[in-house]
Design a protein around this ligand. Structure first.
Ligand code: SF4
Length: 221
């Protein structure tokens, strides 16, 4: 198990080659817009979601713009995003709840955020970390995969990973975990073929060290 110092070192090294995630690129957007784009990005590629939300929020920036919007109109705007039908319904429902229950202000606690339709634990943690700069670790498929490859955790699912990481990672680094690991997952540590040869944290990585030793053994044969 890595020390807290080693984890901080890895996160610092990842910062050097970091490619900004969608939520970093669009961090100047409002909290409402960030909730919506995060919910839309579930199981979808940032490259698909980014141009769609930029265009959509240029015309419809506020929850008031969505409450009375016919769902077919919203579906048409976001149809390139996977699960767009259910996501469109959620965006309209969460806009309504935001106005009716929270006076149009996005709440800054996990519990309240998770009351919003379509907002699960990962989306809530993203908003806490990226928008409100509150300590939270948002675990998606990239964070789950890379935390396990690094050997930080040995977990079976994303929720288990979040709790294990909260034990391991220094609290002042929690808000860096998602952006650093997602950025790394989108550029170097891809799901099927990680580019370990180009990775600047390989010496700290359980998977990277094992694959290196394997290649060396094969060369010597
Ligand atoms: S060494 Fe390979 S598996 Fe480990 S973090 Fe880097 S790219 Fe991913």
């Amino acid at each position: 198990m890595p020390s807290k110092q080693e984890i901080t070192t890895v996160l610092t090294l990842l910062k050097k080659d970091h490619k900004p995630t969608m939520l970093e690129q669009l961090s100047h957007y409002t909290a409402f817009q960030m909730v919506v784009m995060t919910a839309l990005s579930a199981r979808a590629k940032d490259a698909t979601v980014i141009p769609i939300v930029i265009d959509m929020f240029a015309k419809h920036p506020n929850p008031e713009d969505f409450v009375d919007m016919p769902v077919e109109k919203l579906e048409k705007m976001i149809y390139k995003i996977g699960f767009y039908r259910v996501k469109a319904r959620n965006v309209i429902a969460l806009s309504k709840m935001l106005l009716e229950k929270f006076d149009g202000v996005v709440p800054d606690t996990r519990e309240e955020l998770m009351e919003l339709p379509g907002v699960g634990r990962k989306t809530a943690n993203c908003i806490l970390a990226y928008k409100f700069k509150k300590p939270a670790i948002a675990v998606d498929i990239h964070v789950f995969r890379i935390a396990n490859r690094l050997g930080w955790v040995h977990t079976k699912n994303e929720k288990e990973t979040e709790f294990a990481l909260m034990e391991l990672v220094p609290k002042d680094q929690w808000i860096n975990v998602n952006n650093m690991l997602v950025g790394h997952g989108q550029s170097i540590c891809s799901p099927r073929k990680p580019s370990c040869g180009k990775c600047n944290v390989r010496e700290y990585c359980e998977f990277g060290k094992t694959s290196l030793n394997k290649k060396e053994r094969e060369k010597r044969k």
